[in-house]
Design a protein around this ligand. Structure first.
Ligand code: PAF
Length: 283
């Protein structure tokens, strides 16, 4: 496995693969790999001839009061896991190489970024779409893989690829969960044992809403959300950031559940660890 921090060398190595007729898959990550990342890498390996993983904790998608400095990192462990997963290259640029002092360009997707996570994290998605655009331009992939846990991010990236005419197929990969249902996330590493036990309440609330909508055919979003919220509020360490039933293409909240709806949730555990999750309300 090649581990390459240089943008120029990454370009020329990938160009060589492409010239010899191989397809390229990109898995953009911020590292601290768990089974969710490994699922993205596996899907990439099954789809493309070459699997490139970018490992870059992107400073521009963190707000001033967020956890950039504390974000969990394990470079050696990540390289071991990527190697074992059969990855061909880890591209791991320095922040200074991605954002030189003269950097002035941002990429913004409107509307889709304004609700859900965009309410509390107003600049987050501009950071994501700017870095993902740069990663696409550096690696020139045929395919790019994103987890459905960050469903809003996946939707925004699909819009970006369409709007800017990138010739890239974006593939969404299903959420990988712990045995009790908690969605895998690098941020789970921050949870103490008791916080970890309580954090699963987000999944339970979404699952309750899903069961009521899918099995019992309840259609009133506001009633469904009230029962989900009440469940989370019973957990002393957890507070609701948002709970929303929205159309999965437009991400607009819906009063009545349709077969294009998902329930989206974000909680804070002990006021500091922000976790997100979502479930389809159909199927
Ligand atoms: O989902 C993530 O880990 C990040 O938002 C991404 C897509 C790698 C961009 O930094």
């Amino acid at each position: 496995m090649i581990v390459e921090p240089s943008i120029a060398k990454t370009r020329s190595l990938i160009d060589r693969w492409r010239t010899s007729g191989e397809t390229i898959g990109l898995v953009p990550t911020m590292g601290y790999f768990h089974a969710g990342h490994l699922a993205l890498m596996n899907q990439c390996r099954q789809t493309a001839d070459r699997t490139v993983v970018s490992l870059f904790v992107n400073p521009t998608q963190f707000g001033a009061d967020e956890d950039l400095d504390l974000y969990p990192r394990d470079f050696e462990g990540d390289c071991d896991k990527a190697r074992a997963a059969g990855v061909d290259m880890v591209f791991c640029p320095e922040a200074g190489a991605m954002y030189g002092a003269a950097h002035r360009t941002i990429v913004t997707v409107s509307e889709l970024t304004e609700g859900l996570c965009g309410v509390d994290r107003p600049d987050h998605f501009t950071g994501v779409t700017t870095v993902v655009t740069k990663l696409f331009n550096i690696t020139g992939p045929d395919y790019a893989f994103f987890g459905e846990k960050d469903f809003q991010q996946l939707t925004v990236i699909m819009r970006l690829v369409n709007d800017l005419n990138f010739n890239i197929k974006v593939v969404g990969v299903g959420i990988v969960r712990e045995r009790d249902g908690l969605a895998m996330s690098s941020r789970n590493a921050y949870l103490s044992a008791s916080e970890r036990e309580e954090a699963v309440v987000l999944y339970r609330a979404l699952k309750t809403i899903r069961d009521e909508a899918v099995c019992k055919r309840y259609r009133d979003s506001s009633a469904l959300l009230t029962s989900g919220r009440a469940l989370i509020e019973r957990s002393p360490a957890c507070t609701v950031d948002y709970l929303s039933i929205a159309d999965e293409r437009t991400l607009q909240p819906q009063h009545t559940v349709t077969d294009r709806c998902r329930v989206f949730g974000a909680i804070k555990v002990s006021g500091r660890i922000r976790l997100i999750d979502n479930l389809a309300l159909y199927g």
